[in-house]
Structure formats: structure tokens, C-alpha cells
Design a protein. Sequence first.
Length: 746
Amino acid sequence: MDGNAQEDAAVKSRDQLIILGRKLEKDCNVGETLRQLNKLLGQQDASWIRERLDDITDNYHRMSDFYLQGYEDPQRQQFYQQLAAQLDGVIRDLILEDQKAEYPYLKYLNPQRQIPSVDDMRQQLESYVTDMAMASLSALNGTNNNLADIHKRHANNLRSFFNLTVASPQWRHEYAVSFEDLLLSPAIDSADAQLLVSAVTLACLLVADAEKILTLIHVFQKSQDERVKQRAFVGWVFALSNGRYQLYDSVRHAVKDVLSDNSVKSALLDMQMQVVYCHNAERDNDELRKNIMPNIIKSHDWQMMNMGSTPTDESSLEEILHPDEDDKRMESLEKSINKMNDMRKQGMDIYFGGFSQMKRFAFFNQLYNWLIPYTPTHPDLTMLPEELRNSGFLDKLFKEGPFCDSDKYSFSIALSSVYQRLPQEVRKVLMSGEVGFNMPDDSEEPWHQSAYIRRMYLQDLYRFFKLCDQRHPFFNAFGYANPIMFFTKDMISTEMRQQLPALISFLLKKKLWNSLLSIVTCFKITDEKETSEQGNEVRKSLELATAALYMHNSDYALAAEYLKELCKMEPDNESLLRQYALAIFKSGHFEEASESYKTLTQRYPQKMSYALGLAISLIYCGKAEEAISVLYKLDYEHPDNTEVQRTLAWGLLWIDRIEEAQKIYKRLCSGDKAIPDDTLNAAYCYWFQGQRMQAREMLRKYIGLSKPEEGESASSFLLEKFHTDQNILKHYGIDDTAQKVMADID
């Protein structure tokens, strides 16, 4: 069988196994699953797993015989559940083998289906800490131990442990406990523990494993190292999004236990928002590239980098001719940098675009290098000049730079390639560590706090899942059109209901409609009245989200129904009243809309938009005279507001004061805030006065300004507009035939 045929067979087998696993989870029928699995394995060489499968079969038959012989066993149901979980583990190991056939580099990671020895790992990792301590003492005594050999040996061990763990088969409980103890051991280096946590995470994202996810949960709960803790946190949350764990009561109980802590719920809410920011990194990068970086680059020079450049004759002449130019440049630079810094502090991944171009270095050919914590002593950074490796600059970058570990490696490698070509004075500044990143004072940035550590790690994962060539077999939480909503996942959703108001508010602010829909679908509004204050807030948030979705989908009548109920609960909520007024206006209930806008105008007389909404509603419900009095007052108070003038002109048309309306439209058409509809309405003024040739010319001009879609005729475009304005046309006796004749200007 050639390579392609093997791969196709593996994909087919994997799909069949996935279906079988889902059916087992749904029906929990061990006997049927055993028959189906043996049928699938009939033509395969599965000797490596046959012993486990035979044990499950023997135990199942033993339990069956015991029952059929009339014996009662109070533990029978629990034992049956355990057999189902063991059988599920067999299916998952078979899926892993099929993935190795589909993606050969997975077989390279772990060719012998090994589970790395925890004792070996402990010995090697603890020896590294001891060797480094001895090397430090030797350096103090003036001797020169070969640190490079220590680092290289350690890196080889780490890579092997990482690879074996990522592609390891299902863990037994005893092994998971010993692995957990290793990750929590103070005798190994924190960076090593962090990397191994990432290996367990990738293993869960490759094939679900109950014992691995339990290890991540326990490490998160018990670790005193915040960096290890946050990697484990991200790991188990991501893993729950990939796996099927309904057969495992241990996982359900562990998730319920960890989410019983309100601080963990708050952290999960924060992580959900951070994942949204990561997911939008490319969109945010477009904003930086188009609107922010050009100003920074234009304003940038070595002097601003504290590089001590000397003014030239040309720059001196520029200062004489344009003495305020430097101030303008600095002001523009400051605004752009402040905007970029605000984006970063909100949690946006503003560096992805720049560093994504630096992930083709050979360094990133190794899977573990995508997620290894940054250190300048990494053996794969041998290209770094020794003076740069030990420089104050890299030390500052390592400790304070607002970059994830992956980007720090990219930056170090890129810098090493140009370092020798830099001017001597620039290299001196880099060596001193005094160079800044052209960012405002970051002293308030919580470098050591959990939210920041978690954000940086999520950015590492985002780069891996977006750019790494080896990412494909792993479940990719960033691989969907919309950000993944952890809140909707089994075992999480039931525990996170009280955090919904904050999440819904965030999603509404970001206008993430599909994500909002998934939340509303998952957390349906119950018919039961909430008794607690928190429960009432959750219900109101879900109703508001539902109304917003209806508004977004132009179903204004249904939106108005939800908003009306919300307004009853919060009659003084300005935002709800405003949205309700808009919904009933757009649903065509102009009389009711005018009453709502009247209430808003009385309560908030300083807000012009409400008075304008009142006037428009009055016009459309046949009370144009009343609307005109409101509009004249607005025009007096806001003489330069084009929206007021535009509405006033429209109202004047409705009370047959065409010449006054025409003067306003003429003024609007010649202004710098003109819109195409001003020209259309000016055409109406000519038309309503019987000046049809002039109206025809204005309509031609309107077509030129509006630019109909390609393939759409001018006549069709105009008739569609006339249909929208049918009421005013009928008011002036313009019948259908007249409209068709006037629109015939192709």
C-alpha cells in the first residue's frame, strides 16, 4: 500500500473510530461497542492493543455471567461505567495511531508509543538544576565549566520529553499522579515545568485524555509558580473544548470543584475576553498597518531612540524654515503610540503582524521551540553574538519587554542577523540596556500578575496555531471564523451563568454577533422568574442580547417586544429607552415611537438626538406641523448641524412648503457634508413644483453620486428609491406611471 493509500485508510479508520466513540458516549453500550470495534479491527494489525481490549472483554463477560447467574452487585453500575471509560481509552489510542499514519511527523515525535518515564525525567531535570548551581559556584571561584554543554544536553532531554508527551497514548491514573508531582516539584526549573505543561496541553488537543486533563486541573489548583499555574489553566480550558468527557465522572467533579472558586470564574471570564482579542489579531494588525504605524515610521528617527545622532545642516535648515515641524511630528508620534499602547493594554495582540514574518527561522522547525519560555542561553540561539547574548538589552527584553516568548526568540534571531552591521554607537546603546521600546511608561503593567502572564501565553499559542506547519492535527481554538466561546462548553456552561452579564456586555461592545448568538442559544431564557438579584441580572442580560440580535437581523418588531419588557423592569434606564424607541420606529410604529422620544426629550433635554428622533417620528405619523416647531427650535440652537437642516427640509416638504425646503437642500448640496440623498431630495423639490426637466437632471446627478451596483440599471435603482419614498410621492400626486417615466434615464 503506497503512502497516499495508507493515509486515506488512516483517515477512514479514524473517522469510523470517532463515530464509534461518540456513540459509546451517547449510549454507554459496552457490549455493542466491543462488537463494532472488533469488527473494525478485524483486518488490521492491532496486536499492540489486543491485550487491553481482551482484558476489557473478559471483565465485561465476567460481569455479565455474574448477573445472569442471579447475583446482585451494588457496584455493577459503577464497574460498567469504568469499563466504558477503559474502552473509550482504547478507541482514543487507536485514533492516535491513525493520526500518526495521516501526519507522519507525529510518529517521529513518538515512534514506539512510549510514555516517558517520570523517574528519568525527574533525574535529568533535577540534575540540570544541580549542574547549573555548581557551574555558578565554579564561575565565582574563577573556574570555567562548559555551560554550553550543560545547556545543550538539557535542551536535548527537554525536546525528547516534550515530543514523547505530546504524542503519548492514554495515561493511567498512577502515572498521571506521578507526572503531576513532577510538575509541582520545586526541585526542577520553572521553565521546564512550563514547557511540560504545554506538552500535556498539546497532547489533550491531539486526542482527549481524562487523566491528562485532570493533571492540568490539579497543577492549576496546586502550583505556587504563577507561570506554571497559568499555562495549566489555559491547558485544561482548551482541552475541555476538544474532548468528550461525559463518561468520566472524575473530570466532571474536578471541573465543578475548580469552578466553585469565584476567583477562577473571574479569571475564566477574563481569559474568554483575551481569546477574543487574540482571535482578532489580524484585524487589529490591519488597523495598525494602515492608520498607526505610518505616523510612527514617519516621525521616527535615531534621536528619538536616544541613539545620540548629530544634527545635520539639512535638519538645521529644516528647523529654521519650519520651526514648529518638530512639535507637530512629536505630537503625531505621541498620539499614534498612545493609541497603540491603549490597544495593547486592552489586551489586543498588536505585535502579531510584525513578528509573524519572523517565524520561518530554522529555530521554529522544532515543535517545542514554539512554546518554550524565553532564555538567551537556549542552545538554538548559537547565532547570537556572545556580547549580545550577555547584553543588558536582551536582559531587559527578557524581563520587561511586552512580547510573548515566541516573539522574543524571533526578535533575538532577527537582531543577531543585523547586529554586526549596526553602527558602533548603536551597539553600545544595546549593550548598555538603556534603549527603550518607544512605549509610554509601562511601570504600571503587571508583569508578574496572572492576567498578563496568561495573555502572553495565549499569544504564544495563537502564533503556534496560526503559523506552525505542524499545527494541523491539533484541535485549534483559533481556527474558526468566530472566537470560540468556552462558556458554551459542557461542564463549563453550568458553572458560569453568573458571569454572563459581563461577557454579554463585552460581546455587544465588540459587535460579535455570532458569538453572542452562541451564548444566547446555550443559556436560554427560562420561563421561570429568577428569585435572586444575580439571577435577575442574568435574565436581563440574556433578554438584552436577544433584543440586540433581533435588531442586528432587522427583526425590529421582536426586538421591541424584549426591549419593552426590559424598560418595564428598568424604567429609568436611558440606554434601554433609547433602543426601544429606535426599535419601534424601525418597526413602523411611529406614533408609539414619538411618545418614547418625547419621554427621552423631556428627561434629557440637552441631547439633540432625542429631539431629532421625536421630530422624525412626528413627521412619519402625520404630525409634520408639530415636528416643524421642534425642528425650528433645534435649528436655532444648532445652526450648523446638517442633520437638523436635512430633517427640517424633509418636514417642510410634508407641509407643502417646497420653496423653503428647496433652499435648504440647495445649501446642503453645496456643503462639504453633502450626501447623495440631498441631491435626490432636491430633485423631488423640482418635481413637486412641476419642473420636470430640472428634476430629471438632478436625478442624473444623483445616479452619478450614488454609483449603483454593477449590472443594475439607473432606472431600476431610481424606482427602488421611489418605492422607499412612496408616501411623499403619493402626497404630491405622483402616480406609478409618472415615476416610471421619470426614472427612465438609462
